[in-house]
Ligand binder design. Structure first.
Ligand code: DON
Length: 590
C-alpha cells in the first residue's frame, strides 16, 4: 500500500495562521517559513471550478452547497453536512456514532478513522448468557449496545487538519435546524414508525422521536431543543464540548440510568486515527478506499480484481443475467470467507491486507470460481437482514478536492437510547463485533477471533467510502449504507458505470444483488425492482439459487462521477431521499 503524500509544513502553517487570523499576509508568511513552497503562486489564490454534492437528504445537500459557494473546501462542506444530518437524518446521521472519511485534499490522499471503540469495561463474552449462548438483542438495543462515539472527534480532527472556514460557522446550519425545526419527510416518518416497536418499553426512543410521525403528516416542524444546545456546546469548544463538560456528564448519567458501560474515562480517551488509506492500482485507476478496521476497501479491491482475472468469463455477459449474477456471487462468497477469518481492528490483530489484495493470491482465488455450478464452501451461518441506516455523502469542491464520508449508528436509530438532556441517539455498533465465533450479527455475517470484543478495540466495519482517481484527478466519489451489502453494492455500481457504460444515475438505480457466502444458494436483490429478466430467474433457479427480494431496501448510494472529458455528473440513489447539486464554486487554495 502506498503512503499518502503529506505536506505537513503547509498544514502546520495554515493552522497557525487560522488561529492568528492573519490571512492577509499568507503569501509572505509561507514564502518565508516554507521555502519549498515559496515559488508556488497558487497558495494564496482561489480557484473557480465545478463543485458537486450527492447527499442523502435535501438539508444536507443545501448545507454542503452553501459552504462551497462561500469558498469553503470539501472538508468544510463535509463537516457542515455531517452535523446537519445529525439533525435531519436521525436514523443514521449522528453525534453518537462513528464513521470514516476518505479524502483527497490537494495531493494528499488520507483516511480518517473515527469508528467507535469498545468501552473499557467491555469483555469478550459480554453478550453471552451463563450457558455461553448469545442473549438475543443484547448487542443491538439499549445502553450496553453502544460503543464509545467517534463522530464529533472525527469531524473536529478533519477540520483541524484541513478546514478553512470557522468551526462555529460550519455548525450554524445544524444548530438552526435543531432549534427552529424542520418538516420531516415521509420516508423518515416511515422509518420512525417501523422502529417504534423495536424500542418500545426498552428505551426512551419514542419520547424523543415519535412526534416525527405527526409532524410529517401535518407538515409542521419537528424541533430538537436539547440537541440544539448540545450542538452549541460543540460549536463553542469543539471536541471537548462533547467528550468533557456538560455533554459528557449527560452521557455518563444516561449510562448509569440504563446500565451502560461508557464512562468518563472512555470519553476522555477517545481518539480518531489518521490511517493510510488503501491505495492500489486497478486498470488505469488509483483506488483510494477504506483500510481496516473496515473490510470494505480490501473486499472491493478483491472483487474488482477477481472480476478482471476472470475477464474471459465475463466477456459479453449481459448485466444482471443469470451468468453475471452467478459469477459475481462466486466471487463475493470468497471475499466474505476472507472477511470472517482475517479482518479486524489492525491495532489489535495482524491483518494480512497486502496479501489479501495481491495479484498472486487473487489469481488463485479467482481460479476457484466455477462458471457452471455453485461452489460448495464450509458452512457459515446464513442470514441477511438489512435496514438503510448508515449514511454516506460525496463532495467534490471547485478545486478538485474530494471527501467521501460514511458514518453510522449501525442499525436504524442505533440502540434506541437518547442521551436525556443532550437529545442525540447512541449507536449499537457493538453488534459489529463477533459476539461469538460463528454467530451472525445484524447483517448475517459471522466472524472469529480477529473481530472478538476487547476494550479499546474497533469493531470490524464494511463501510467503504471510496475515490477513484486517474492521472491524479478525481474520477469517482462513492459510498453507501447497507451493512454487508456496502462493498458488493459499490462494486456493482462501479462495474455498471465503467463496464456496462451506464450513466451515473442508471448505474445507481439498477437492481443490485447480494450474496455473502452462505447459505450457498441465497441471492437477495433490491426490494424495489426485479433482478434481470425471466431468463435470469430461470437460469439462477436451474443453477440451484434461491433468489429473494430483500425485505428491506438496501443501499443509498451517493456518487459523483467525472468522465474522461471532465464532465461531472452526480446521482443520489432513488431508493433514498437524497439529492444532488452541481454548480460553479470558488475554493480557497491551501
Ligand atoms: O460498519 C458497518 O459496516 C455497519 N455498522 C454499517 C451499518 C449499515 O450500513 C446499516 N445500514 N444499512
Amino acid at each position: 500500500m502506498a503512503l499518502p503524500v503529506v505536506h505537513s509544513c503547509v498544514h502546520t502553517m495554515r493552522n497557525l495562521l487560522q488561529k492568528l487570523r492573519v490571512q492577509l499576509i499568507l503569501g509572505v508568511f509561507l514564502a518565508l517559513s516554507c521555502p519549498v513552497l515559496a515559488a508556488a503562486p497558487a497558495l494564496a489564490r482561489t480557484a473557480i471550478g465545478t463543485a458537486a454534492v450527492a447527499a442523502p437528504d435535501r438539508y444536507a445537500a443545501l448545507a454542503a452547497e452553501t459552504v462551497l459557494r462561500r469558498g469553503g473546501n470539501a472538508v468544510d462542506a463535509a463537516v457542515a453536512t455531517a452535523f446537519v444530518l445529525a439533525v435531519t437524518f436521525p436514523e443514521a446521521g449522528n453525534l453518537g456514532g462513528g464513521g470514516f472519511i476518505t479524502l483527497k485534499m490537494g495531493e494528499e490522499l488520507r483516511f480518517l478513522d473515527f469508528r467507535e471503540v469498545a468501552p473499557l469495561a467491555a469483555t469478550r463474552d459480554m453478550y453471552l448468557d451463563a450457558k455461553g449462548q448469545p442473549i438475543v438483542g443484547a448487542s443491538l438495543v439499549g445502553h450496553r449496545a453502544a460503543g464509545v462515539p467517534g463522530t464529533v472527534a472525527g469531524l473536529w480532527e478533519a477540520h483541524r487538519r484541513y478546514g478553512s472556514r470557522s468551526w462555529r460557522e460550519l455548525l450554524q446550519p445544524a444548530i438552526e435546524l435543531a432549534r427552529e425545526g424542520f418538516v420531516p419527510e415521509r420516508k423518515l416518518a416511515e422509518g420512525v414508525a417501523d422502529s417504534l416497536p423495536d424500542f418500545a418499553e426498552k428505551t426512551n426512543f419514542a419520547r424523543y422521536f415519535a412526534p416525527i410521525v405527526e409532524h410529517a403528516k401535518a407538515g409542521s416542524r419537528f424541533r430538537q431543543p436539547e440537541l440544539a444546545r448540545t450542538l452549541q456546546r460543540i460549536a463553542a469548544t469543539g471536541s471537548p464540548g462533547f467528550y468533557s463538560g456538560h455533554t459528557a456528564k449527560l452521557i455518563t448519567e444516561e449510562m448509569s440510568r440504563g446500565g451502560g458501560l461508557i464512562s468518563a474515562a472512555d470519553l476522555a480517551a477517545y481518539r480518531p486515527i489518521w490511517r493510510d488509506p488503501l491505495i492500489t492500482r486497478w486498470r488505469d485507476y488509483t483506488v483510494v478506499s477504506a483500510p481496516p478496521p473496515s473490510s470494505g476497501g480490501i473486499a472491493l479491491v478483491q472483487m474488482l480484481r477477481m472480476k478482471d482475472l476472470r475477464a474471459d468469463d465475463f466477456r459479453d455477459v449481459p448485466h444482471n443475467s443469470a451468468k453475471y449474477v452467478h459469477l459475481v456471487a462466486e466471487i463475493s462468497k470468497r471475499v466474505f470467507a476472507d472477511r470472517a477469518e482475517y479482518l479486524g481492528d489492525p491495532d489489535f490483530v495482524d491483518v494480512p491486507a497486502a496479501r489479501l489484495i495481491s495479484e498472486d493470491y487473487l489469481r488463485r482465488r479467482a481460479a476457484e470460481v466455477r462458471t457452471d455450478a455453485i461452489s460448495a464452501l464450509p458452512a457459515v451461518k446464513p442470514g441477511l437482514a438489512e435496514s438503510p441506516n448508515t449514511t454516506h455523502f460525496s463532495i467534490l469542491d471547485g478545486s478538485g478536492n474530494a471527501v467521501a464520508l460514511t458514518y453510522t449508528l449501525n442499525g436504524g436509530f442505533g440502540n434506541g437510547v437518547v442521551v436525556a438532556g443532550a437529545g442525540f441517539l447512541l449507536n449499537n455498533e457493538m453488534d459489529d463485533f463477533s459476539t461469538k465465533p460463528g454467530v451472525p450479527n445484524l447483517f448475517g455475517v459471522v466472524g472469529g477471533k480477529a473481530n472478538e470484543i476487547a476494550h479499546g478495540k474497533r469493531m470490524l466495519s464494511s463501510m467503504t467510502p471510496t475515490l477513484l482517481l486517474a492521472d491524479g484527478h478525481v474520477r469517482m466519489v462513492i459510498g453507501t449504507p447497507g451493512g454487508s451489502t456496502i462493498f458488493t453494492g459499490i462494486f456493482q455500481t462501479i462495474v455498471n458505470r465503467l463496464d456496462f457504460g451506464m450513466s451515473a444515475a442508471d448505474a445507481v438505480a439498477a437492481t443490485r444483488f447480494h450474496h455473502q457466502l452462505l447459505p450457498p444458494n441465497l441471492i437477495v436483490h433490491s426490494r424495489c425492482c426485479t433482478l434481470g429478466d425471466a431468463a435470469t430467474a430461470s437460469g439462477l433457479s436451474a443453477l440451484g439459487y434461491d433468489v429473494r427480494r430483500s425485505p428491506w431496501e438496501f443501499g443509498d448510494i451517493q456518487i459523483i462521477d467525472v468522465d474522461a472529458n471532465g464532465q461531472i455528473s452526480a446521482a443520489a440513489d432513488p431508493r433514498g431521499r437524497g439529492t444532488t447539486r452541481i454548480f460553479e464554486a470558488r475554493t480557497r487554495l491551501h
